[in-house]
Design a protein around this ligand. Structure first.
Ligand code: GDP
Ligand code: IMO
Ligand code: MG
Length: 427
């Protein structure tokens, strides 16, 4: 199975880190690759009870023998990169096998400044970004005002590009946002200070990965963010600024679609969302609070509380479709153990009309009211169960019902954060 994609099927934080780590440590994965987003991600991996979080680094950094790759579609803050590498090194993790694309765009300090002032300016219309400068860095890329990793090795070019990128921003900062202008020379000096440490890690990652695939090596593409946060297919404008869907893997990595063999969507047995934007199954009652508490739904990157709601099969079907999923990995089934009856959204009612598929327009989606079917709960703690057949009958029924209505077979089920707390439904 040479090329596998793992991606988020809802609004993020589905357990992509756990799924990646599971595959990277239980099968022979040679490369784990991030292809989009940046250090806005927060992926948790629990190894022998010890908790790790990765942000910009691929979770494969924790799997012995794997080469970790940050591909060209990622936006890289060198400061965040080195902070993360140093923190993992200090915990004894071998971080020597990291490769960074020469084409990846740089997040400089001014990108997070612009991110924060823009959010403040938007007021009640804010997106609720992570404030990491992701949107402004991708905006510069598309505006052809970006700085790429390779530019750090040519001081003349770097000065020219930083100057060009800051010119308009400084007018905006001073005249619109009433902020002090940012000095290009200070930014250049900061970026140059990272260059020598970064240089040995930098490569043509498209060439590296395509050659690896030619040699029959196995490459795992680890998604960040999620389908409903995709700038084209998510709940625009309440989205991130990249393409976390399966198609984004090809553009982000420089690997053609014909090379991808398997696309695994990671999906929670309920739903969460961080930041602003529509969320039809969101709960504002005691059940929502209970999901939040039992699920430990606090953001790994920003520490913000996640909004919680029931499983949404319309979202699952949509994710199956836009990503061409081959499998689902269903996480956090254990969190639902104490409910007597579990609602699942099977369709939406929008202005009096039933919709079994995602509505065409965002306005309709904002008006969507969930139509629920109720499933019997199972009552028992399932976190110690180690085979799908040993789950209580109602838990199996819940999984089978989700499989039937979600458009894709469920390959594995998570019953806890640990590597070993995974049940395979289909081999
Ligand atoms: P990611 O961003 O998709 O990698 O997900 P996060 O790490 O942000 O959030 C997922 C959270 O759920 C983490 O705290 C994981 O340790 C935890 N987790 C993953 N799978 C399971 C599971 O099956 N059961 C439980 N209880 N927790 C899980
Ligand atoms: P992982 O990989 C959940 C959300 C932010 C905000 C919106 C835009 O851990 O699943 P941005 O800073 O990207 O411009 O913010 O996207 N967001 C995430 N939500 N999980 C993530 O990553 C997210 N990355 C961004 O909360 O609503
Ligand atoms: Mg996360």
């Amino acid at each position: 199975m040479p090329a596998i994609v793992i991606l988020g099927a809802q609004w993020g934080d589905e357990g992509k880190g756990k799924a990646t780590d599971l595959l990277a440590t239980t099968s022979t994965i040679d490369f784990v690759v991030r292809t989009s987003g940046g250090h806005n991600a927060g992926h948790t991996i629990v190894v022998n009870g010890e908790r790790f979080a990765t942000h910009l680094l691929p979770s494969g950094i924790l799997a012995p023998g794997c080469t970790s790759v940050i591909a060209g579609g990622v936006v890289v803050s060198p400061e965040a990169l080195f902070r993360e590498l140093d923190a993992l090194s200090a915990r004894g993790v071998d971080v020597s096998r990291l490769v960074v694309s020469a084409n990846a765009h740089i997040i400089a300090s001014y990108h997070s400044t612009v991110d924060k002032v823009t959010e403040r300016f938007l007021g009640k219309n804010k997106i609720g970004t992570t404030g990491r400068g992701i949107g402004p860095a991708y905006a510069d890329k598309v505006n052809r005002l970006g700085i790429r990793v390779a530019d750090l090795f040519d001081e003349g070019i770097l000065r020219q590009k930083v100057g060009a990128s800051l010119e308009l921003k400084n007018h905006m900062l001073a005249k619109v946002y009433n902020r002090r202008a940012i000095e290009a020379a200070v930014v250049v000096d900061e970026l140059l200070s990272y260059a020598e440490r970064l240089r040995p890690m930098v490569a043509d990652t498209s060439l590296l990965l395509n050659r690896a695939l030619d040699e029959g090596r196995t490459v795992l593409f680890e998604g960040a963010q999620a389908t409903m946060l995709d700038v084209d297919h998510g709940t625009y404008p309440f989205v991130t600024s990249s393409n976390p869907v399966a198609g984004g893997v090809c553009t982000g990595a420089g690997v053609g679609p014909t090379r991808i063999d398997r696309v695994i969507g990671v999906i929670k047995a309920y739903t969460t969302r961080v930041g602003s934007g529509p969320f039809p199954t969101e709960l504002f009652d005691a059940d929502g609070e209970k999901l939040w508490e039992i699920g430990g739904e606090v953001g790994v990157s920003t520490g913000r509380n996640r909004r919680c709601g029931w499983y949404d099969a319309v979202v699952a079907r949509y994710s199956s479709r836009v990503n061409g999923l081959t499998d689902y990995f269903l996480t956090k089934l254990d969190v639902l153990s104490s409910w007597e009856s579990i609602p699942v959204c099977v369709a939406y009612e929008i202005d009096g009309v039933r919709h079994d598929e995602m509505p065409m327009t965002q306005t309709e989606f904002h008006h969507a009211k969930p139509i629920y079917e109720h499933f019997d709960g199972w009552g028992d703690d399932i976190s110690g169960v180690r085979s799908f057949g040993d789950l209580p009958k109602n838990a199996r029924r819940y999984v089978e019902a989700l499989e039937a209505m979600s458009g894709t077979r469920i390959w594995g089920v998570g019953v806890g954060p640990g590597r070993e707390q995974t049940l395979l439904v289909h081999d």
